[in-house]
Design a protein around this ligand. Sequence first.
Ligand code: SF4
Length: 563
Amino acid sequence: MKHVRGPLCSIDVGERTTETEEIDDVLESAIGGRALGTKLAHDRIPFDADPLGADNRLYFATGPLQHSTMSFTGRMSATGVSPLTDGLLSSNAGGFLSRNFTGTGYSVVEITGVSDDLVIVHVTDEGVEFEEVPELAEATVPETCEYIEDEHGLGSEHTTVIGPAGENQVRYASIMTSEERAFGRGGLGAVLGAKNVKAITFDGDSTREVEIPSLQMEIHGEAAQSDSPMRDQGTTSVTEYANMVEALPSYYFSELSFEGIEGVNGDRVEEKKYKKGTCSACAFACKLPTRDEESGLETEGPEFETLMAFGPNSGVDDIVDVMQSNKLCDVYGLDTISTGDTIAAYLASEDEFGNVDLIHDLVEKIAHREGIGDTLAEGVDRVHDELGVENWSVKGMEFAAHDGRTLNGQGLAFATSNRGADHMYAEFYPYEYPLVDADDAFDKEGLEGKPPKVVELENINAIKDSAVVCKFSRDFMTDERFETLLDADYEELLALGGEVVSLERHFNNQRGFDRGDDRLPYEDQIPDFEQGLAEYYGERGWNDDGTVPDTQVEGSSPAPADD
Ligand code: SF4
């Protein structure tokens, strides 16, 4: 099996020490990315670690495909214990960082401890340096990127950065890279903020030989020739369809379609797009640099999920207003879905849907934890009682779109996901809209035949996050292509993906997670939900209570660290 190469670089920002460790035995069984981060985290983070304490660790990792020039590989992975869900999770960002990370020569970089002072950590192929930067306290993401460019000559494609939201430990703060791309969902930005790390830079010329089959060029060529609507409208190309089939949460989840959709659909986004946008090496180029000529506002996006949260779910029907919300989240370093949904919860409680001035003000207040922003910075799960609204979250994570009340299989996938209500964990929704060939599609209603498919999709997505290959490669990456690129049987890859999911679940079980956490606010609207959940556990070989037998994960993670 192909795998990433290079040692682990472990950085203790409290002690200001660095250790380099050869981990070939782990790499050989982990491919890279999420599998690598998960195996290390399962072994090296204490099961009772405070997500915002010194014991929590963050793992940044690429995979073998970051040594290629193949489309869909401009991404990398971050792993740690989430302050939003309280469970182990991985997050995946695009942009241009991955190739600069591989230039350091490390397969994975671990951040542990807590620094007394605000620091930037510089990681290169020649070692690690710490720079105290008290003057960057509360600096925005663009301000921090500008400082690093001016002082060190490193563009934002070399950086991971947090904004004020991360420093103030907003539970859904993102780690930003390439200025506008996010390691989003789950608050890993708050983990970095709690460690007093404002930024990490990655730079170097190290090369490690990972032979990638010539198939990569075929895939690259197909991506460049593709006529997918995503190449014009990105993920927003699904907006009208989601609205039509009633899978688009609106007015804080009280409705499933939006009467003002014409103002915030994919066509409106495309009208604002002023150039092509992409990630490293990707000819598919689905990103969305947008500009409003009238106001001069420029941002990247909104993507579909941002559009849902700050558009229909907040009662907003003007794309420029959504663009402004998107921009503010990027500037302050906030996850757009959780921020939009949490603000929508507040709008519901105050009967203020559509008040765009209030929405933009709340984004800033959340980032700085000012006034009501301090409450909303905790996320829907922790504050819905205080607001007097329903709890639209799973395992503490706010819902993405592709609503499970209409797409029942996606509903089950939201419930079982170790990350919470995240649409990318299994990505069941394309099979139910459907956006796939009719032969592969499922009816929207019910769970018949779906639990084994949820398992398969969770497993293959864990492999995509480990290789690392973008999930929007769906139409290009056949089973055979995975086998050729990664030099492994598809079944072997699915088994490794399943191992990653079980390791995450096992870690979370030790923190108290069980079947009682695999719940949905609308599970009574999904026929035979309990039976579907039981079938899912059975497919995985887990216990009926949603826990993983210890025997299933024995030998999955590496030998214990000295500390
Ligand atoms: S498909 Fe889009 S998100 Fe994925 S790597 Fe290419 S440009 Fe980036």
